[in-house]
Design a binder for this molecule. Structure first.
Ligand code: NAD
Ligand code: UDP
Length: 312
């Protein structure tokens, strides 16, 4: 018996494809919606034979009508090179996408979860970042189309909840990596692994002392599913990330070691507004969701390296 009918926007992307797989494995019916800007059919090809899986090409900036019990809103490019390619479109995707999907959730009385981001904290002056921190974001900088779009989406979610009683959930996702990232995605983990496997130079932007906290995709998906199932009054936002913090230089050295690569490190200019540090405080997720990440960076990197080695 089918448990729930669930819409996943951005479902053909990196995270969305893992989420669709998990939700189907849990016995749900899944509708995956995507405009294939950064996602691709290949990411969900393993699901196409499943009669409880449906794939729809659609852009969330346009209204969409369907009857479902739950909506996961992941539609939005996540890599800086992709979200800066068409900054206006990125902001439209976050804001108009949120309006369209919240309107849908209101009409059909579905619960809706927003994939927000640690980028709402900008270049943080509080470390590690708790959910109560308001952030330090440049509203006119290179990253603003993404950061401010996601911040506006959070505002819309909270107000649809207050004004219209829509059942909302907000997760703030910290850097997540794993199989099915695109080799040309541009984010640091995929860049370093692809460069190492091809024996090309490893490109460190800046001096490599900036930090990130990297979470393996399976840990994140578990957190998102738990958040969707959490008590009605707990709307979030809740941080989902792995608190183990690494410098970008440490990441480069680990990737070189694990791939046994002959690649050398080269330094490139630091992109504007690049946050200097990032580490989640996950006390809230531990208390409310009984969730914490289980996969250490080295273990997750080995699985991700195996994946990239199989496709390039
Ligand atoms: P991704 O680029 O692989 O996936 C995004 C998906 O959304 C793609 O399939 C893309 O084609 C689709 N999409 C983009 N614009 C759309 C539109 N207008 N209409 C319909 N579909 C559209 O990135 P990802 O890493 O899988 O990220 C998924 C979500 O999680 C994003 O909302 C992102 O902001 C959020 N997030 C990811 C991370 C991370 O580290 N991976 C961190 C924080 C937040
Ligand atoms: N980065 C790097 N080399 C790359 C890609 C990224 O040094 O080839 C750096 C980037 O400047 C940032 C960090 O790695 O400091 C994480 O970048 P990513 O784009 O993965 O995510 P975000 O900056 O959004 O956290």
């Amino acid at each position: 018996m089918i448990k729930k009918k669930i819409l996943v926007t951005g479902g053909a992307g990196f995270l969305g494809s893992h989420l669709c797989t998990r939700l189907l494995n849990d016995g749900n019916e899944v509708v995956c919606l995507d405009n294939y800007f950064t996602g691709q059919k290949q990411n969900v090809v393993h699901l196409l034979d499943n009669p409880y899986f449906e794939l729809i090409r659609h852009d969330v900036t346009m209204p969409f009508f369907i009857e479902v019990d739950e909506i996961y809103n992941l539609a939005c490019p996540a890599s800086p090179i992709h979200y800066q390619y068409n900054a206006i479109k990125t902001m439209k995707t976050s804001v108009m996408g949120a309006i369209n999907l919240l309107g849908l959730a209101k009409r059909i009385k579905a619960r809706i979860l927003q994939a927000s981001t640690s980028e709402v904290y900008g270049d943080p002056d509080i470390h590690p970042q708790p959910e109560s921190y308001w952030g330090h974001v440049n509203p006119i900088g290179a990253r603003a189309c993404y950061d401010e779009g996601k911040r506006a989406a959070e505002t819309l979610f909270v107000n649809y909840n207050k004004q219209n009683n829509v059942s909302i959930k907000i997760v703030r996702i910290f850097n997540t990596y794993g199989p099915r990232m695109q080799p040309n995605d541009g984010r640091v983990v995929s860049n370093f692994i692809v460069q190492a496997l091809k024996s090309e130079p490893i490109t460190i932007y800046g001096d490599g002392t900036q930090t990130r906290s990297f979470q393996y995709v399976d840990d994140l998906v578990e957190g998102m599913v738990r958040m969707m199932a959490s008590r009605e009054e707990f709307t979030g936002p809740v941080n989902l990330g792995n608190p183990d913090e690494f410098t970008i230089l440490q990441l480069a050295e680990m990737v070189i070691r694990l791939t046994k690569s002959s690649s050398k490190i080269v330094k490139k200019p630091l992109p504007p507004d690049d946050p200097t540090q990032r580490q989640p405080n996950i006390e809230l997720a531990k208390t409310e969701l009984d969730w914490f990440p289980k996969i250490p960076l080295e273990e997750g990197l080995i699985k991700t390296i195996d994946y990239f080695a199989s496709i390039i």
